[in-house]
Design a protein around this ligand. Sequence first.
Ligand code: ADP
Length: 466
Amino acid sequence: MGMRSIRARLTLWYTGLLTVTLLLLGGAAYLLLAYSLAHDVDAALHGIASTLAEEAHRNPTSPFPAEIDETFRRFFGFSPRDRYFQKLDPFGQRDPHQPGSGKLPLGPRALKNASQGLSTFETLEGLGPYPVRVLTAPVMEGGRVVNLIQVGMSLQNVFTARNRFLLVMAVLLPLGLLLAGGGGWLLARRALKPVQRMTETAHRITAEHLAERVPETEAGDELDRLAKTFNEMLGRLDVAFNQIRQFSADASHELQTPLTILKGELEVALRAPRSAEEYQEVLRSGLEEIDRIAHLVEGLLLLARAQAGVLRMDHQPVDLAELLEEVHGRLKVLADNHSIHLQLGLLEPVTVHGDHERLRRLLLNLVENGIKYTRAGGSVTLSLERQGSWALLRVADTGIGLAEPEQEQIFQPFYRSPEALTLSQSGVGLGLSIARSIALAHGGSIEVSSTPGHGSVFTVRLPGNA
Ligand code: ADP
């Protein structure tokens, strides 16, 4: 699993950010510690110096009475005797009668400061194994410097404390990072587990196994939403694949029927010598079957092209009112034969841009259906209306109608309602699919509203540009 794995990248980012954060925090803590240690040393030196100054003032000859020693030990944990200490005259000379460790050098800056009544803190090297912090403080009397007091303290403790802190950090930081990194790695694996499962499922899904679904966690999180979306997509694909499969099966079946009939008729004709009339009859019947096949193939081709978006279309002005009259004229006889009253309703003048031939096909399909699915004595009415920039073509019948669930299905290829089958054997169920494809190819739509037993109204909406 290289850097291309989200898990590795997440862990790396997480650990990197944690490292930076810890380093910053550690650095800040270290600086704070160093500052506060240095401050403590200076405060202690200051405390010692002022106590000593007071004592020197009170008792100039005896610098370290026993109780002073005691006090120091109580407050600071050591006696000035243990440390560096010396008492000088105002010019920086050591008084040989005054005790003290006497090892502290006096720099010109400290001497100058002292002559002005100011204290000086210095860190001096070379006095011992560790640097020594030295305070040079003047002892004032009546606004005059009478003595200088120098106290020093080894910085050993400060150094040890700082080093110990660094050591602890150096051990704990990598350890903490290691633990956090490991934890992050495990957490990332847990969080990405659904993705792993999705990948595995997606691997198993093929056109034959579209029923597979990736597991949903119901957690409502991003991955769960992804899984749901993925499953919804699979659902739609499943439906689409099934439709295509159904379409192929239906198309083959519809083609097979006339071919079987044709084959049977020819075989029978060939079984024995026939008269010329008999051969003519067989040929005529054969031609009829071939017509049916050609018609079917034409419809299938149109649907396939429309679905692929490669339907060739004219873009000529089409006078819809004229087209309706033409269709009415062509199907009047058919309607009369079925004792159905085919009539023209309101015809508003509307012209659209489109394919005359295909729009006629669309209307013929709708009106033929109206005639087929209406019982004798009923009527089919064609009308045309303009609504804003739209043309509304209506074919209304007083036929058998359609139940609610069928109203969407009838536009699917090869769908025929059981009731329709008992009424008319002609047609294979492509008429409305073709009508819809043509409407869509014109940028329009087709819809049906129907009351079972009372009739249906098919409305075609076409974008008009008269
Ligand atoms: P076909 O007419 O060849 O069956 P269509 O695609 O034209 O195919 O129609 C599909 C189905 O829609 C029909 O079988 C019928 O069930 C239903 N249908 C179509 N037009 C009407 C209508 N005017 N009234 C009632 N049902 C209809």
